[in-house]
Design a protein around this ligand. Structure first.
Ligand code: FAD
Length: 437
């Protein structure tokens, strides 16, 4: 299509049908808006990010998809921490968090999970086109909307004129690339290697679906049991470590697993049943999540290290808050200032709260505290609430989390030499990465 070709009008055009895009498309279509969602892939398609948080569950209820998700998912009641520097491993249950009702989450195969969400958007009335890649967005000079250009897999070009554009393109960061607003996080960097196994040794009974986190000298591993018997295993490492790879990705992954005997043991009878993949996790955020006639959601706005399994929740939650901004923009302008204030706050708060812990998760003092959390001043309950994603709204956890942070700083001071060494290593690893790029 040439720029002069006719474009089809719609209220809202959503770029990307991952959790953020499918959620906002469903919510807005339900409110009677004309929503078009364009997805470059065809669902069900592979995606990494399989461990969800208890805070996801109320969002599933509001979307009306909880039963469908429960039918395909592995229930996840808690987290297991394992460290090669500690004798004991620790099992933490979400049921011991401040809000006892947030006791359960799910492990999901993302291809199936994302498929449920995009089908829900269709059911709610959004027009969903898959195998259709957005190629350009031209914002109109008078701020009345934008013309969105896209291309079908067979090469056919199409265009829409939308009053609002929602960028939910994930780590493709479509609009941030256009506006050059993406900023790499200088404080954190990591890269991941991952694959799927059958026959991995899981925890017993109700604990089977727990996520396990294993620390080792180059970072940490996830161990995520899925409902069909497959277990997702991934190593999140300093990119400087990945740069030492001299052999195939699969062999390097196997060599990396061998550095963590506790995990290797759980995989001794397991078969690798997928390709091993490598991906840069490079954390980033955009300078703003909104502008005239557009909003950025989920990973299209910000990506943080996946150690706390927060990505899908933050993406879906951002869609709920954004739905009110779109509603106010198109239908109730007097509500816009409040909706925008809330949107800005939520978009920054999520990544910020998790990031404080992410920056310190490989620090030995933090490991000590995670492996032996005590409930003085309800610190353990507050920590579990954070792990559950209970960080928005009227949650009462903040004073206790401040106490936790104070304990962490005191423990770091008491182990001054160890803290200094860990900080030095981290700086070298991050510095190395900055040079590598
Ligand atoms: C190694 C790793 C492990 C992770 N583990 C977890 C975890 O355990 N738990 C968790 O919650 N999160 C995890 N995450 C993060 C999680 O994957 C993301 O935060 C989440 O998928 C974000 O959802 P989204 O909808 O914003 O983006 P996505 O899920 O990435 O969806 C974006 C969609 O947009 C489409 N798209 C992109 N560009 C275009 C275009 N031009 N036109 C049309 N369509 C387009 C893509 O095909 C894709 O379907 C992990 C991430 C990584 C890298």
């Amino acid at each position: 299509m040439t720029p002069n070709s006719p474009s089809t009008p719609c209220d809202v055009l959503v770029i990307g049908g991952g959790p953020a895009g499918s959620t906002i498309a469903a919510l807005l279509a339900q409110r009677g808006m004309g929503v078009v969602l364009l997805e470059k892939a065809q669902h069900p398609r592979f995606h990494i990010g399989e461990s969800l948080l208890p805070a996801n569950v109320p969002l599933f209820d509001q979307l009306g998809v909880r039963a469908e998700i429960e039918a395909m998912a592995m229930p996840k009641y808690g987290i297991e921490f394992v460290s090669k520097w500690h004798q004991e491993h620790t099992l933490l249950e979400f049921g011991q968090a401040w809000n006892r009702s947030m006791d359960k989450a799910y492990q999901v195969r993302r291809s199936d999970f994302d498929h449920i969400l995009i089908r829900n958007a269709m059911r709610k009335g959004a027009q969903v086109l898959e195998n259709c890649r957005v190629t350009a967005v031209d914002f109109l000079p008078d701020e009345t909307g934008a013309v969105v250009h896209a291309q079908h897999q067979d090469g056919a070009k199409v265009a829409w004129q939308a009053r609002m554009v929602i960028d939910a393109s994930g780590r493709d960061t479509f609009l941030a690339n256009k506006f050059n607003t993406k900023v790499k996080n200088k404080k954190h960097n990591s890269a991941a290697l991952f694959g799927h196994f059958t026959g991995a040794e899981r925890l017993a009974g109700k604990l089977e679906g727990n996520i396990s986190l294993f620390w080792f000298e180059h970072g940490w591993f996830w161990f995520i049991p899925l409902a069909d018997g497959t277990t997702s295993v991934g190593a999140v490492c300093w990119p400087s470590y990945l740069k030492t790879r001299k052999n195939s990705v699969e062999q390097f992954f196997r060599d990396t697993l061998a550095l963590c005997p506790a995990l290797n043991d759980r995989l001794k009878n397991a078969q690798l049943v997928s390709e091993v993949e490598a991906t840069g996790n490079y954390s980033y955020s955009c300078t703003t999540a909104r502008g005239p006639n557009h909003l950025l959601l989920g990973d299209a706005y910000s990506f943080i290290d996946p150690v706390f399994s927060s990505g899908v929740f933050l993406a879906m939650n951002s869609a709920f808050v954004a739905a009110d901004v779109v509603q106010a923009t198109l239908r109730e302008p007097r509500k816009l200032p409040a909706a925008v204030r809330r949107f800005d706050r939520v978009m920054q708060q999520g990544p910020r709260e998790f990031s404080w812990f992410i920056y310190r998760v490989t620090n030995p003092s933090m490991r000590d505290l995670f492996l032996a959390p005590r409930n003085m001043f309800r610190v353990k309950e507050a920590l579990l609430s954070l792990f559950a994603g209970d960080i928005f709204g009227k949650t009462p956890i903040w004073p206790s989390l401040y106490v936790f942070k104070a304990i962490y700083y005191i423990a770091s001071l008491l182990n001054f030499r160890r803290t200094l060494e860990a900080a030095r290593r981290r700086k070298v690893n991050i510095g190395d990465t900055a040079q590598a790029r």
